[in-house]
Every structure is written in C-alpha cells, then in structure tokens.
Design a binder for this molecule. Sequence first.
Ligand code: FAD
Ligand code: AMP
Length: 484
Amino acid sequence: MSKEFDVVVIGSGPAGYVAAIRCAQLGFNTACVEQWRAPDDQPVYGGTCLNVGCIPSKALLDTSHKFHEMRHRFADHGIEAGQGAIDVAAMMARKNKVVGQLTQGVAGLFRGNKVTGISGKGRLLGPGRVEVGQPNGEKEEIGAAHVILASGSEPIAIPPTPVDDAFIVDSTGALEFDSVPQKLGVIGAGVIGLELGSVWSRLGSEVTVLEALDDFLPALDRQTAREALKIFTRQGLDIKLGARVEGSRVNKRRKHPVVVSYQDAQDKEKGGKEASFDKLIVAVGRRPVSAGLADPAAGLAIDGRGFVEVDAFCATNLPNVYAVGDLVRGPMLAHKGMEEGVMVAERLAGKKTQVNYALVPSVIYTHPEVAWAGKNEDELKQEGIECATGVFSFAASGRALAAHDTDGMVKLVVEKATDRIAGCQVIGASAADLLQQIVIAMEFGASAEDIALTMFPHPALSEVVHESALAARGHAIHKVNRKR
Ligand code: FAD
Ligand code: AMP
C-alpha cells in the first residue's frame, strides 16, 4: 500500500471535516478523501453544508430579508428607500464568495492541522483498507488503522416531479436561479422548502407550498405550529396542507410552464387539482449517500433506507470503522454530524465523549426564525408527564418593539414535579441564538427557577426567554399572568 494513515475519513462535510480536524489535533496521522473537486482538480471541502446547503441558503436568506425589509418595513422607520431593485447575479456572486471563503477556510484548517486532503472517490474495501478512485478510472489503495465514513446525503427525487435542472429543481438548483420566478411552486413544507420558498417570496415570487401532510411542522407542538403557520401565511406563502403531488408536466409554450397535479385532502369533493408555476422546487427530504460506499465483500451493515447502521457511539458492525453525520440515524443536521465527528475522534483517543441525542437544536432560518429543542408540551402530555408551560410574546419585548420585529413567541416547557426544563420552542428574531441559552441551561440540568433567578440585560431580546421562565412559574412581570 502506497500510503498508510492512522485515520482515513471519507467525505469532508461538517461531520467529516470536523472528525478529521479533531483526529489530527489528537495526534493521529489523518487523511480526508473528498470527491467534490474544483475546476483545477483540487478537492473542495465542506460538503453539502458549505457548498449547497446551510451556508448558501443563509446567504440568500439574509440578502432577501434585507431586500424585503427595504421594500416593506423601512418606511415605518421613516426611511425613504422606494422600491429598489434586486440584482440576482450580484446576490449570487456574493453568496458564491461566502461559500468560497468558507470552503477555502476548511482547506486552510486542514493545512494548519496537518490533515492530508486526498481528491477522489473513497470506497471501503474492508477494515483498514480504503480505495481512492479517480474519474479516469485510476485506483489507489490506502491503509488506515481507523476509517470514518461521512459521505452525507443527497436530495430525494420523487417520480411525479423529475428534476430537469431547468424548470424543476432540487434544493441545489433553487440556490442558482438567474432571475426571480413570477410563480414558484415548492413541494414539501419542511425546513428546506420553507427556507427556499421564503428567499424567493421575499424577492417577489408568488410562492405556493404543497405539503402532503395535514399537520404543519409536526416536530412542533400544535400551538407553536399554528403560530408559525399564521406568520408564514401573513408573509405571503400559500401553504397548502394535505396536498400530495402526483404528477407534473413541462410545456415551454405556456406562460407558467410547469403544471403540477395534486390531490387536495382538505378539499375532497373537488378531487385532483392543478397548479402552474415558472419553477418548481422539490424539497421532499434527503437520503443517505451509501450506495457504492463499501465493497459488498466488506459486509458493512446498511439498513433498508440506506443508513449505515451504527451504535450510540457511531461504531459500525465492522471493527475500527465508524460512520457519522447524515449517513447515519438521527436528524440530518450539520451540528449533529459535527458532534458525532468529535465524539468518534475523541473515543479513538481513549476519551469517553458522548453525544446527547436528546438535545439536538433544530432551526428554520426564516424570519422570524423557528427553533426548538428537547420535548414539547404535546410530547410530554402523551408520555403522561405533568408539565407547566411559560409562553411569552415578542410583542411584549421593548427591544423587539424598538427593532420593529415583534412576530413570535417563546414557549418553555417544564416538568411540574421537578421544575426541570424539558424543552423550548422559539419563533422570533434570533430564535436560534435565544434557544441556545435554554439548550445550555438544559445541558446543566437547569430548572425554570434557575432561569427566573438569572439577571438578563435590558432591553435585550433574551428577556423573552427570562419572561417565559417567569411565566412558567406564574409570575411573568411584563404580561398579566393567568390565574392557576
Ligand atoms: P455532507 O455535508 O453531505 O458531506 C458529505 C461529503 O462527502 C460531500 O462533500 C461529498 O462529496 C462527499 N462524499 C460522498 N461520497 C464520497 C466518496 N465515496 N468519496 C469521497 N467523498 C465522498 N443543516 C443545518 O444544521 N443547518 C442548516 O441551516 C441547514 N441548511 C440546509 C440547507 C439546505 C439547502 C440543505 C440541502 C441542507 C441544509 N442542512 C442544514 C443540512 C446539512 O447540510 C447536512 O446535515 C450536513 O451537510 C450533513 O453533513 P455530512 O458531513 O454528514 O454530509
Ligand atoms: P423534510 O423531510 O423536513 O425536508 O420535509 C419534506 C416534506 O415533503 C415532508 O413534510 C413530506 O411530507 C413532504 N412531501 C413528500 N412527498 C410529497 C409529495 N409527493 N407531495 C407533497 N409533499 C410531499
């Protein structure tokens, strides 16, 4: 074998690159194999998240939010900006620059930590053996005491709406439109569908979201989900629940070329319906990239949905072979993969690191953001655990009012018997960062009283978190408490 490493990581998304860096920090001679390549044949690190996921979507969300504020909110501040205009090419160029800075940043971190980057397609031949293939068919075998699989995920395609990268696109295509579609359809009201729908809606598209489920955002409790749906609808997203897409056709001669047919469960008498769009985004979820990742002779256990089977510490069924990130069970989120990468590296170094899967924060980066962690009220009730809730609206926050950003609420859920915080849901400006205060508190096993007795700066958005804890105990100050 030409090269031997202590650790070889396959894939350089957030799970893989973090695993590689942490392994190198801990003294392992580490390589990371990545197949994504730049025109000069150098590997492009960062995976889905940096290249076509978290980062470019946030860049477009931030640009479109500023544009929307200018058009619809500046006048309230007395700022006369007029209608302005969006230069889509410039917006995309900025987004690409942000992506380039971050992917180059990972390359810099690899150099700084002495991680060897290898360009090519990695394939597990068996414990300790990885093959790296090149597009021209050349193959090289490298040796590794430990292998970490981190090949990530890809968009799910559904037969009724085949992606053609022109009219019907997946999330990657939706980050590359060269103009603002007049009428945009989105299939799937999940995190990605709502974020991408919001981007183009704020820039002027008429957006219809078709969602097969009857429930909006099933991960939230129904009170919070209703509030989120109300806000998104008011913003102009036409979210059709119970709408299962069954077919599509593209007719370039039509004004709106993509015709989508769907069953509307909420309107049974009328049966099948049609809607026409200029572009259609298919955002129905993602699936793990596990096909071809391992030689069948290696015997890597993969479940029926394509996830590599792992235990709580991300060990596969093969000795010294681990798998992390979107490739394995659990929420498909960058930070979940990063923590798994750290855990595997540290356990290889003999530490006892674990991931707390009960406390993975989730965020939809719309405006307002929607963020949640832990258990919600409905879940606790189903488990028969008595709980108290503390709800506080952004409308009652002086800082939110001053910022003209009053949509949303915090809902804290507390176990009645112990006062321990069980979960939190936040809709509002900076919800991700506000939620994280509670996530940290929960990691320390905090009670609602701990938060209630903590001093918060005034006026700050974080006061809504404080008030939600006070409300859970029946004595919020800046709202009238309901009699208990
Ligand atoms: P990936 O990021 O998918 O990386 C896998 C890497 O492995 C890729 O670079 C791929 O080229 C490489 N690879 C695959 N097979 C091989 C092989 N055989 N050999 C070599 N290399 C290989 N998550 C969040 O937490 N927050 C967000 O805001 C967020 N926004 C998102 C927005 C969008 C539009 C999308 C699509 C996703 C978003 N996600 C977000 C999800 C997030 O991107 C993923 O959870 C995350 O990227 C998973 O990381 P990973 O390292 O497991 O895999
Ligand atoms: P997520 O998995 O969070 O990215 O969300 C994807 C969403 O797409 C889910 O809420 C699915 O119910 C929805 N979905 C999947 N297939 C269809 C379909 N054919 N028509 C409408 N919605 C769909």
